[in-house]
Design a protein around this ligand. Structure first.
Ligand code: FAD
Length: 580
């Protein structure tokens, strides 16, 4: 044996015997992805989840970045392309393109067109995939407790890591509403399938001669709880389906019974978008007979009736339904809760807190990262930063802001903290709210109060694919930079600094989010909010913009071809209304 062969031999033997260990003395999976892995000592990078935080950006970027660096710097050509021994763990073996999920609920797009097998992505970086669920992380031992789906206690095992990326997303928030089990959710491909089936089921049942008039009405009453982008897009898809396909195949008397309602707790739907967009969508929905009920809170869901309370007068109203979609925001999933509870530094109840380098607070430095919907970036000293904004905005340095200065300040804050768009978009309302003594100026104490208010609400970035994607890209790039610097011993300029830190990662730039805008489909029309008051609303032209953006973001040529086919099929033949 050469030295490498001996190491490889030892590792193979160890792997074959599946050693046990860790706090629960479970088997430890020492799997290797590739023959080469037995001989080399690459760091083990484990990624939990196959969603936006990982699949698109992170994995592809690992590969792209390695190629780019190797091409650009001659000495790096010697390096292996795959720097890490990558293991991906998730209960589902595909990446789901969520922004187009509402289109799959009525058959505009087929469900398979939104999926990319994770193994085809993992293969590009010699990654290894385990279809299983992570249930806990032992930070001291650097072990992830994982359960496969074959049931029983025997299905649990540990996966060791050197670096761990937690990207397990979230689950729907239920606000403790009673009867939530009668609702449908829209987060997974199975949710979309179940909704599609239920819609057709209701139409067929309503068509039976034995169905009473009141049951017909109820079966064809579709209710959406939550007026955010997902709820709005689902209502829009449903409307398209009703006007383009149902009209062709179902008798007129039945069509007249159909109703679509949205119950929204705020005073507008799409309330995180520019006000112009909310109004445009509300007007369009009014024309389309989509009933938008604002300032109403769902109190209870009965098997065939939803009860909601009007905020203004506390009146309790009931709405019979054939299908309810619950889409009111997100909450921690069981793994995130478990991790959060075991680390004292994790005080947030909505998501795992990371520092600005996306490192999990409370976990050993530079080993555990959290990205996407399951995480939130800590927001230290925001008030101090905002106070600095005030000082900069006070151009005449007289110690208070007149409206013009305040407007400039509001715009700057919106640019830097996209979440505040909703709060700051009505700058004059805000100005009046905080101008307590009504002297027409905002003084420092008044501004401070406003900043503290914002700070309370502004805990993180929005939970969007855009954030998860950029965070994944950031981590991929950083991991490559670190490993390349370590291997070549060439210190890149971004790591050179006068005051060397024991952790080179501290000297890399922190994660910075660039808000590229928000899109929404609203039924043969689309809206786009690019921030800073820049919006695009319209019919076909906006729909084509919306489609082309998502088309260009596809992970593979295969899904692009499938999407193009689905859109063409729908145009030529309409949607497939078979129920299966
Ligand atoms: P997810 O994409 O949710 O992925 C989480 C992954 O973790 C999944 O693979 C899951 O199976 C896995 N997982 C869960 N638990 C475990 C566990 N215990 N162990 C291992 N793996 C686990 N955002 C936009 O920016 N634009 C849009 O137009 C848009 N539209 C949307 C439409 C819909 C219908 C939905 C539901 C969301 C939409 N979003 C949109 C939001 C976007 O999908 C999320 O912000 C994004 O998916 C977050 O990515 P993630 O990787 O953090 O989580």
């Amino acid at each position: 044996y050469t030295e490498n062969e001996a190491v490889a031999h030892e590792r193979r033997e160890l792997e074959a015997s599946l050693p046990t260990g860790g706090p629960k003395n479970l088997p430890i999976a020492l799997h290797m992805t590739d023959e080469k892995d037995y001989e080399t000592d690459k760091p083990r990078l484990v990624i939990l989840g196959t969603g936006w935080g990982v699949s698109l950006a992170f994995l592809l970027f690992l590969e792209e970045q390695a190629e780019m660096e190797a091409g650009a710097v001659s000495v790096l050509k010697e390096l292996e392309k795959d720097q890490y021994h990558v293991t991906i763990i998730s209960p589902i073996n595909y990446f789901l393109f969520t922004p187009l999920l509402p289109s799959a609920t009525v058959g505009t797009l087929e469900t398979r067109s939104l999926l990319e097998p994770i193994r085809s992505i993992a293969r590009r970086i010699n990654g290894h995939f385990l279809e299983a669920k992570a249930v806990d992380v032992c930070f001291d031992e650097k072990l992830i407790e994982v359960k496969s789906f074959d049931g029983g206690d025997g299905s649990a095992f540990y996966v060791p890591y050197d670096k761990l990326v937690i990207a397990v997303g979230s689950q729907s928030i239920t606000h403790g509403v009673q009867g939530i089990e009668h609702c449908h959710f829209l987060k997974t491909i199975n949710d979309a399938r179940a909704i599609r089936k239920k819609i057709m089921d209701n139409f067929e049942k309503a068509s039976l001669p034995t169905t009473s008039a009141s049951d017909k009405k109820r079966l064809l009453s579709f209710v959406v709880c939550g007026g955010g982008p997902t709820g709005v897009e689902f209502a829009a898809e449903l409307y398209d389906f009703l006007t383009e396909d149902v009209v062709k195949y179902f008798p007129r008397v039945l069509r007249d019974e159909v109703s679509v309602s949205i119950i929204q707790s705020q005073d507008h739907i799409l309330n995180t978008y520019d006000a112009k967009i909310s109004h445009y969508t509300e007007k369009k929905f009014a024309r389309d007979n989509i009933n938008v009920i604002t300032n109403a809170r769902v109190e209870k869901v009965e098997p065939d009736k939803i009860l909601y309370k009007m905020k203004k007068d506390g009146e309790l109203r009931g709405l019979p339904f054939g299908l309810v979609l619950w889409s009111t925001g997100i909450a921690m999933n069981p793994l995130t809760k478990t991790i959060s509870e075991k680390l004292p530094e994790q005080k947030n109840t909505r998501a795992l807190i990371t520092d600005h380098h996306l490192r999990l607070k409370g976990a050993p430095m530079s080993t555990v990262y959290a990205i996407g919907d399951c995480s939130t970036v800590e927001n230290p000293k925001l008030v101090q930063q905002l106070v600095q904004f005030f000082v900069d905005a006070d151009t005449d340095k007289n110690g208070w802001l007149d409206y013009k200065e305040f407007d400039a300040l509001a715009k700057k804050i919106i640019r830097k903290y996209p979440l505040t768009t909703a709060h700051l978009k009505k700058a004059d309302d805000l100005f009046n709210k905080y101008d307590k003594d009504k002297n027409g100026y905002l003084e420092m104490s008044e501004l401070k109060e406003m900043f503290e208010d914002i700070d309370k609400r502004l805990t993180s970035l929005p939970a969007t694919a855009q954030v998860a994607h950029q965070q994944g890209k950031y981590l991929g790039k950083k991991f490559n930079q670190l490993v390349l610097a370590e291997k070549t011993k060439i210190v890149p300029s971004y790591l050179k600094e006068d005051t060397p830190s024991p952790n080179p990662e501290d000297r890399l730039p922190p994660f910075a989010y660039a808000h590229l805008g928000s899109l929404a489909y609203i039924g043969n029309a689309a809206v786009a909010d690019f921030g800073m008051g820049l919006t695009w609303m319209g019919g076909l032209s906006a729909v084509y913009l919306w489609r082309s953006i998502y088309f260009s973001e596809q992970v593979s040529l295969r899904t692009r071809a499938m999407l193009a086919l689905d859109w063409t099929k729908r145009f030529l033949f309409g949607r497939d209304i078979s129920k299966f």
